[in-house]
Design a protein around this ligand. Structure first.
Ligand SMILES: C[S@@+](CC[C@H](N)C(=O)[O-])C[C@H]1O[C@@H](n2cnc3c(N)ncnc32)[C@H](O)[C@@H]1O
Length: 277
């Protein structure tokens, strides 16, 4: 391992669209996407800023990004690297395979992101060791000002920087990916679609999977018969009360069969005996 003073250069960075708040920072004024006042903001520290907005620039999240309903800013970790080669990693203390992201390099990027965020927003490290991303987490994050997301690479991030910034570790699931970028995009997508006005129809988030500890009921559309298989008759009846009841029954049945953990939480919430229901 080698050690060098942490004096990385301050780079330019940014994603995010329509200009509504001029800022006095010269480097910000030089980008085509200045800060948007009050928009939910994802600040992403990554070695692959070109991977953003990626899928987030498409469809509903992309439209909402264009409309300034949320904004995305990337911080290229390489710009904060050490020396001529802008090194961001070093060998693991104690030996072992791979490389570890340096705390001094990451903290320089984080301090920049935190300064831009005016201290608002949770610092999240995408990590297989973290709490699993779920709908409840997305709902909690959607009512904040935004997030600062740290995407790891190699063997991950020096523990000291995780502890120092009291990062919340969030996992996409029990598997290991090569970097945190896909997990960051999943977290942003799940959160942004819950922001006001992004889906256009708020009822669609109320009824979907996980909204009340239940998985969603089956969905059907035209044609009324496909390969000899009809749409369940009740859905064609026009009787809204009975349709709602059928959907709830189906949601309960599917949840009970597939996700005993969710079913137990649902039963506890509504005082239902999980065995008799
Ligand atoms: C190869 S992984 C490092 C894995 C680490 N050595 C371990 O065993 O836990 C590199 C980076 O990918 C990201 N990553 C990998 N799997 C992930 C997951 N399931 N959820 C969130 N991020 C993940 C993390 O940011 C991690 O630092």
């Amino acid at each position: 391992m080698n050690d060098t003073p942490d004096q990385p250069a301050k780079p330019a960075r940014s994603h995010g669209r329509i200009a509504v708040r001029p800022t006095l920072k010269p480097r910000e004024l030089m980008t085509d996407r200045p800060d948007l006042a009050k928009a939910w903001t994802a600040r992403v520290i990554t070695l692959l800023p070109q991977a953003f907005p990626g899928i987030l620039g498409e469809s509903l999240t992309g439209k909402a990004l264009d409309e300034g309903k949320w904004q995305l800013k990337t911080y290229d970790l390489r710009d904060y690297g050490q020396g001529r080669h802008r090194n961001v990693d070093d060998t693991p203390a104690g030996g072992g395979a791979g490389m570890v992201l340096r705390p001094d390099v990451m903290s320089a990027a984080l301090d920049d992101a935190l300064e831009d965020a005016k201290g608002l927003g949770r610092v999240i490290y995408l990590s297989p060791r973290g709490r699993k991303l779920d709908q409840q987490m997305a709902q909690e994050l959607a009512v904040t000002d935004g997030v600062i997301l740290v995407c790891g690479r190699f063997e991950g991030l020096d523990q000291r920087v995780i502890d120092h910034y009291d990062m919340m570790e969030v996992s996409l699931g029990d598997f290991v990916m090569t970097g945190g970028e896909l997990a960051a995009q999943a977290l942003i997508d799940a959160t942004v679609r819950l922001l006001p006005g992004v889906l256009g129809n708020d009822a669609s988030t109320e009824e979907e999977s996980f909204s009340d500890h239940l998985l969603e009921h089956p969905q059907y559309t035209r044609p009324a018969t496909w390969r000899g298989l009809p749409i369940p008759e009740i859905l064609m009846s026009g009787h809204h009360g009975k349709i709602a009841e059928w959907r709830k029954d189906m949601a309960q049945e599917i949840t009970k069969q597939r996700r005993p953990d969710l079913w137990a939480a649902y039963c506890a919430k509504y005082g239902i005996d999980p065995e008799s229901a």
